[in-house]
Design a binder for this molecule. Structure first.
Ligand code: GDP
Length: 325
């Protein structure tokens, strides 16, 4: 920690914004093992894009710790298709939460960004200080710009007011509670669902978007949640902290792994008419490693757990009405 002090979460009122999402739900699971009082707000109760409502809610609830896990998120095609929603909703959510957290005297705030904030052609692995050193990947620049604004807002509150606002940049995440809607999902839930359905229907092949050659790093969402608790307690600084496993695979390798986990025997057919996105985004995780944190869940094990979750929760999962039946 920059100043050597440890922040003690014990006894704090912790507001997890976005608790219905994959990340927020994992944070609730992880924080339920800590001696904290959890505070959440459902979408019906609080629309995070409405400034006056967020201010009133925060003033009434008075959380001492805030985790900004609420965001408009989506895969490569969704980002590219709805630039207005990705830019606007993310700016509104983070501005409302960060600003009102400061106003009610929140002791510590953790803002969650994403590895897509870094320049498209960053040297690999990507260090935190490559931020704003080059142009962004066009398929997700709207989301990335909003997330960069969130990091900067935390830095501004720290610089001008000494606020304990920190940010973490997770790599590509996957796990239970993911979005399995093929039009908006990320690659892992998409491949899990496609392979499962192809196996069930005896289909000869599954379409995998792009060329299969982009490389991605994948982190299980339960590992991210653990890292968030770790950073809240141990990190104080204006620089963001990358959260990843330090290893990446090609999309082809990922698809082979999902095929093995699902037990699908058919072929993989790559569709180069769909976008590849950035060629590679492997995070340099040495800052987090130096603090003493390591992920625990390997990719194969994590994918197997995700498939098991999919099978058990298909009816209730987002974007999945009856898909695993
Ligand atoms: P990204 O990391 O922002 O590019 O997000 P995604 O998880 O959506 O995509 C990662 C990579 O997986 C891209 O190269 C996609 O083209 C590739 N991919 C392959 N098949 C699929 C699929 O069915 N859905 C998605 N979302 N991506 C896929």
């Amino acid at each position: 920690m920059a100043d050597g002090k440890r922040f003690d979460l014990a006894g704090k009122r912790v507001f997890v914004a976005g608790h219905r999402g994959m990340v927020g739900a994992a944070l609730l699971r992880r924080l339920s093992r800590e001696p904290v009082a959890l505070v959440t707000a459902s979408r019906d109760e609080l629309d995070l894009t409405r400034q006056a409502d967020v201010e009133a809610w925060m003033a009434a609830q008075r959380p001492q710790v805030v985790i900004v896990a609420a965001a408009k998120v989506g895969g490569i095609l969704a980002n590219d298709t709805w630039p207005v929603e990705f830019l606007e909703q993310n700016l509104l959510i983070e501005l409302n939460l960060i600003r009102s957290a400061f106003r009610v005297g929140v002791e510590k705030l953790l803002f969650l960004g994403s590895s897509c904030i870094y320049p498209k052609h960053s040297p690999q692995p990507i260090k935190e200080d490559y931020l704003l050193t080059g142009p962004l990947e066009p398929t997700n620049e709207w989301y990335a710009l909003a997330k960069i604004a969130g990091i900067k807002l935390c830095q501004a509150y720290r610089k001008q007011h000494g606020a304990e606002f920190i940010s973490a940049m997770p790599t590509n995440l996957y796990g239970p509670g993911d979005n399995f809607d093929l039009a908006t999902s990320h690659v892992v839930p998409a491949l899990v669902r496609k392979m499962h359905e192809a196996k069930r229907e005896g289909a000869a092949s599954v379409a995998v978007w792009g060329t299969g050659s982009p490389r991605r790093e994948f982190l299980h969402v339960d590992d991210l949640a653990d890292a968030c608790v770790f950073l809240l307690e141990r990190w104080s600084g204006s620089e963001p902290v990358n959260v990843g496993c330090g290893e990446d695979v090609t999309i082809r390798e990922l698809a082979e792994l999902v095929r093995a986990v699902v037990g699908y025997q058919g072929e993989l057919v790559f569709d180069p008419t769909k976008p590849d996105g950035t060629p590679r985004k492997l995070l340099d995780v040495s800052r987090l490693a130096a603090l003493g944190w390591r992920p625990r869940i390997g990719l194969r094990e994590g994918l197997a757990g995700t498939y098991a979750w999919f099978l058990a929760n298909a009816a209730a999962a987002r974007g999945l009405a009856g898909a695993a039946a």
